[in-house]
Design a protein around this ligand. Structure first.
Ligand code: ZN
Length: 279
């Protein structure tokens, strides 16, 4: 699933290519993509509107429109936003097409093989009613100023670190890859209880989360063999070559060189860590 670095890379692509563009017309194929409202609501909300900004909160893309409303896009498991020249042959599973006015004649596609992703036009003043989970997101480590003091406050809970980092209401944008990589860099076991961390360990985890996410954004995110993630021009990221634990079960730890990476599955999610350097 695209996480903060991948969604931020898509956001930067949208900022560079679609801000200021008017949406001339809209096609919606698969209704599941617009399930929060309806096909007609998306068409009515976008037709004739101009995209004025490209923002992100956690894994949510939010594009304010000149109508006062905003377009929210969530990629979920396999969603992709792609910009292409008008008339280009569309890939399979292209569920929504925005025809952009002006030159060059372009289309913005929402392609989503697994159909968990979604698009919706909403009123930002009604976000708590219209997209409640967006209103309840925790701080975003890149978009917000997530200071060490704020971070320490978030960890003051009797919960294991891995599920805590994945909880979007605690911190927005961290998913499985970057939780595992951050915990490894901080030398903390995924099942450590957050309220047992020393001040020094809290500082290490804070630096690790911010550092891993920033480096991954600069690398354009991670594109894994089994994922569909690409940026809006169809290019993959390369942070996966820097992964030290994620998807490396059974391989030697790159940090200590003296233990093999372990993979455990809890609640349907896999967790990767080094039993030697993470305590
Ligand atoms: Zn190790």
């Amino acid at each position: 699933m695209p996480e903060l670095p991948e969604v931020e890379t898509v956001r930067r692509g949208l900022a560079a290519q679609v801000i200021g563009r008017r949406i001339r017309s809209v096609e919606v194929g698969r209704e599941r993509t617009v399930r929060r409202t309806s096909r007609q609501a998306l068409i009515d909300g976008l037709t004739g509107a101009t995209i004025v900004a490209a923002d992100r909160r956690g894994k949510y893309l939010v594009c304010p429109l000149d109508t006062g409303e905003a377009l929210m896009v969530h990629l979920r498991m396999s969603g992709r936003l792609l910009v292409a020249a008008a008339g280009t042959a569309r890939p399979l599973h292209t569920h929504v097409v925005l025809h952009l006015a002006g030159r060059p004649a372009q289309e913005l596609w929402f392609v989503d093989p697994r159909t968990f992703g979604e698009m919706v036009v909403f009123d930002p003043e009604q976000v708590a009613e219209q997209i409640p989970e967006l209103a309840r997101l925790g701080p975003d480590p890149i978009a917000d100023d997530l200071t060490r003091a704020v971070f320490a406050g978030l960890l003051r809970r009797h919960r294991q670190l891995k599920p805590l980092l994945l909880d979007q209401h605690v911190i927005a944008g961290v998913g499985n890859i970057y939780a595992d990589e951050s915990l490894h860099r901080a030398r903390l076991r995924p099942d450590r209880l957050a309220d047992t961390l020393t001040t020094r360990e809290v500082g290490r985890l804070h630096e690790s989360v911010l550092g891993v996410l920033r480096e991954a954004v600069e690398a354009g995110g991670s594109t894994l063999a089994d994922t569909q993630y690409v940026d809006i021009e169809g290019q993959g990221g390369w942070f996966q070559v820097h992964h030290r634990v994620y998807d490396r079960a059974g391989q030697r730890c790159l940090t200590c060189g003296r233990a093999d990476i372990v993979r455990v599955v809890t609640g349907g999610r896999s967790t990767h860590f080094c039993p030697r350097c993470q305590r």
